[in-house]
Design a protein around this ligand. Structure first.
Ligand code: AMP
Length: 283
């Protein structure tokens, strides 16, 4: 087990050894502050791969001005303990200068998909995500990379990038992990005061009811969006940013719900921006 590797060259050397042994390589990219959602990705990788690399990197290029880059939690010792417990083989925790040295000039941008939903509220965010994910994939060259359905738009964009660039790996989506009371797990939940945390439950509760409505036969996407929007606009302490009812692969707005659907929400609770969604398949 090689934990807390800081240099790209060291990662490449370790991974090369593992590949030389014929092991399937899995990569779990994260920003650290690991919780059960992240742990579930490491376990999924562990189940399918002989060698599991986890990256911990609070990627500056995916934060906009005025966002929480400086105060994003970085509990590195705890993160390493989680990686050890879940059986990761390598943890890559680079400094920003290792990833973006002097003269760095490349941006990977997936047009269209990156501009709607969260992209409309966080301009440039997904360019930063795609650039860092492309770099991590190039460094580790995994056979499979693991992403959470919690960030459903990110997953769709990364899938698009992998397909468009013929990246020779599988992108695996893993189910959204929730707290026992329904709140979607997120490193940013740590920002919530006890009162805000209670208020935030309105989001997961409204989405759970939305899932029930669709599973009971509601097929009108506009009706679903209206119901959810009205409910969240009425929720105390919740400042809704968007409600989207889209195809989970193309992120195209749905008119009629059928086959598969992603119902996604972003809202601020106090100063904290939260996202959540329900993903329906085989409708
Ligand atoms: P982050 O550290 O927030 O950038 O997340 C790293 C990876 O963990 C991303 O692929 C996320 O989608 C995934 N992830 C974060 N929270 C959850 C969750 N509650 N359930 C499942 N996956 C998650």
């Amino acid at each position: 087990m090689t934990l807390g590797v800081k240099r790209i060259g060291d990662v490449q050397r370790e991974v090369r050894k593992a590949r030389g042994k014929g092991l399937r390589i899995g990569l779990v990219p994260t920003m650290g502050a690991l919780h059960e959602g992240h742990a579930s990705l490491i376990r999924a990788a562990r189940a399918e791969c002989g060698y599991v690399a986890v990256s911990l990197f609070v990627n500056p290029t995916q934060f906009g001005p005025g966002e929480d880059l400086a105060r994003y939690p970085r509990p590195i010792q705890n993160d390493l303990a989680v990686c050890r417990r879940e059986g990761a083989d390598l943890v890559f925790a680079p400094a920003a200068a290792e990833m973006y040295p002097e003269g760095f000039a490349t941006t990977v941008r997936i047009a269209g998909l990156s501009e709607k939903m969260c992209g409309a509220f966080r301009p440039g965010h997904f360019d930063g995500v795609c650039t860092v994910v492309a770099k991590l994939l190039a460094i580790v060259q995994p056979d499979a990379a693991y992403f959470g359905e919690k960030d459903a738009q990110q997953l769709a964009i990364v899938r698009r990038m992998a397909a468009d660039l013929n990246l020779p790996l599988e992108i695996r989506g893993c189910p959204l992990v929730r707290e026992p009371d329904g709140l979607a797990m997120s490193s940013r939940n740590a920002y919530l005061s006890p009162e805000e945390r209670q208020q935030a439950l309105a989001i997961s509760a409204a989405l759970a009811d939305t899932r029930k409505a669709i599973e009971s036969g509601e097929r009108d996407a506009a009706a679903v969006a209206d119901m959810l929007r009205r409910r969240l606009q009425a929720a105390r302490g919740v400042e809704l940013q968007y409600v989207a009812v889209v195809d989970p692969d193309t992120l195209a707005d749905l008119d009629r719900i059928g086959g598969q659907a992603l119902v996604a929400v972003a809202a601020k609770v106090g100063a904290t921006r939260l996202i959540d969604n329900v993903l329906l398949r085989d409708l």
